[in-house]
Design a protein around this ligand. Sequence first.
Ligand SMILES: Cc1ncc(COP(=O)(O)O)c(C=O)c1O
Length: 349
Amino acid sequence: MPIIDLRSDTVTKPTPEMRRAMYEAEVGDDVYGEDPTVNRLEAMASQRMGKEAAVYVASGTMANLVSGLTHCGRGDEAVVGHRSHMLLYEVASLAAFGGVQMRSVPNDDRGMLDPNTVEWAMRPDDAHQPRTAMVAVENTHNRCSGGVLDAEDIGVLAEIAHRHGARFHIDGARIWNAAVALGVPPAELARPADTVSFCLSKGLSCPVGSMVCGSSETIQRVRKNRKMVGGGMRQAGVIAAAGIVALETMVDRLAEDHDNAKRLARGLARLPGIGLDPSRVQSNIVIFDVQDRPAEAFIAALKEKGVLASFPEGGRVRMVTHYGINAEDIDEALNVAESVSRGKVSGRR
Ligand SMILES: Cc1ncc(COP(=O)(O)O)c(C=O)c1O
């Protein structure tokens, strides 16, 4: 049975061109700054994000950790969204390694933070209170159905952070999706950020790797923090080579993933027992409610018929489109979802 894997865009496999580039990559010791392929990837990433410098790291989680460690000291506070990946899914790494307290403010359905609430969350200089050292946003927003923040949204939040002496970080794991959805260069979205991270290993289909971009001075400190957490890699050009191919060949095609996500959302919204507003789907993530049975039962029934989905939180199902999924797969997934949603309800809420 062919599997249609919609669990995440992290399941993407490297393209043939990436595999060739990895095989042929020129390498050196990257901790000495001598890996020409890593150096080229870092130069490309910083240029695309409109920043002076960039550093290659192992994962999106590490990118957020080393950025946070750079901006925050022990006992400082970081303001993040209540549905953010940094708060929910990174094993409290900033608290564990950096002694940083995370303060969550509500994300709206698109992943935006209310400027008035962020303003309110910024700590005054007061003997009783921690220093607010960082505000971080996520773009696109994973748990908010791949919602997109535009340059104006980001500018408003960055201005608040900076006015209060805090640094501003963008968890841009999927910022390329945001840029393609808006039809703007990613540098436009990253402009006010002190650090912006992005993942090569999601929609861009690399086997591994993320980037952190910022000013030369900031990235020098991020690089040191990367070494501190054990992320200094040696002949990393072997994996970085895929990142170069990704930036050269895999960005524009994200529009296809967005079209497929919209097609999927429109089809799902017509099915009985599914709660979904397709107009909310802006990029490659579709999240919906299952109204007549537990989400786990719905996902298990899909799996029996070869369609894989994940569930981000109680009662909801997530499907993500990516390089391994085409329009026919979407139609087939919809056929399966229809037969499951019209089938006998076996579980109870
Ligand atoms: C928004 C966001 N940030 C960070 C990460 C972490 O990336 P990684 O899995 O490479 O650690 C993810 C992963 O899904 C994510 O969705």
